[in-house]
Design a protein around this ligand. Structure first.
Ligand code: SF4
Ligand code: SF4
Length: 282
């Protein structure tokens, strides 16, 4: 049985908000009986793009993350719903019934992904239902996917085994606690949201002159284990990304031809720029 999944790539998203606007355009002022009641014009959107900044000038990284109902296979909202107000369709989509869910505010707190929004005017919990009314009418993808100019969003209707293969091949991850709830929204390059980096710039000193050091060998050490290695670029910059936040003591070892080697110790809490590291001529 083929089921719907969504794949979002953080490296392709520019934060343009077209996807969020498309969902507003679809639901504000429109209702789709059996699928969704109208969405409020103001307040939290059912699909949201949040900016996530790491580091500090000049080593800054800005990424955007797509957030919506994760269409859990093991959905906490379904467990607290009364009268069958939340259903899991055979194609994987989770639907909050706009008639049966009336008054069931507890659905808002039940969702660990903060994807259920309370519509005060209608006294109704609401979440993005993957544009099920459009898919049932033959659309090949929901509106956020169709409106995305960069291809950051993909909708895949595939067997679960096939999705597992794609997830493994593309190193897709789930938002926490997605493994537990077997979510159907998958994230590529999630490290830009969940991890931290260490960066620095190498400046060589020779006879009173300073210049960027290109091609220096730089290793990131944790105790006696190298957890990363690379070379500085034409501007003397290096960066190690994908590190766990609050992960303690590291050492950056630098070896550059024509310069004395240097080690820099650091305590990693958050994304960190080591500044300009000066190397003396050998
Ligand atoms: S993300 Fe929240 S609203 Fe969506 S299925 Fe999971 S628990 Fe329910
Ligand atoms: S439309 Fe695409 S690029 Fe624009 S914010 Fe949404 S996911 Fe990102």
């Amino acid at each position: 049985m083929k089921k719907w999944n969504l794949v979002f790539d953080l490296e392709l998203c520019t934060g343009c908000q077209s996807c969020a606007m498309a969902v507003k355009d679809e639901y504000v002022g429109n209702e789709f009986p059996g699928y969704a009641a109208t969405m409020p014009l103001h307040g939290a959107g059912w699909v949201q793009i949040h900016a996530h900044e790491r580091g500090r000038f000049p080593a800054v990284d800005l990424a955007y993350i797509f957030q919506c109902c994760q269409h859990c296979d093991d959905a906490p909202c379904m467990k607290v719903a009364r009268n069958g107000a939340v259903k899991k369709r055979s194609d994987g989509i989770v639907m909050i019934d706009p008639a049966l869910a009336k008054g069931q505010k507890e659905l808002v707190d039940a969702c660990p992904f903060h994807a259920v929004h309370w519509n005060e005017e209608l006294s109704l919990p609401q979440a993005w239902n993957f544009d099920a009314h459009l898919l049932d009418a033959g659309w090949s993808a929901p509106r956020p996917v169709q409106s995305c100019p960069t291809g950051a969003l993909r909708a895949l209707k595939v067997e679960d085994d096939e999705m597992r293969r794609i997830a493994s091949e593309e190193r897709l991850q789930r938002l926490e606690p997605g493994e537990k709830h077997r979510t159907r929204v998958h994230y590529k390059n999630l490290y830009r949201f969940t991890s931290v980096f260490v960066a620095g710039t190498l400046v060589g000193r020779d006879q009173g002159l300073e210049a960027c050091v290109r091609g220096a060998e730089v290793r990131l050490m944790r105790g006696s284990t190298a957890v990363g290695s690379g070379a500085s670029d034409a501007y003397g910059d290096f960066r190690f990304d994908g590190l766990p936040p609050e992960s303690g003591a590291y050492r950056v070892e630098i070896a550059a031809k024509g310069y004395r080697g240097k080690n820099v110790e650091l305590e990693l809490t958050n994304s960190h720029w080591l500044g300009e590291i000066r190397l003396d001529a050998a």
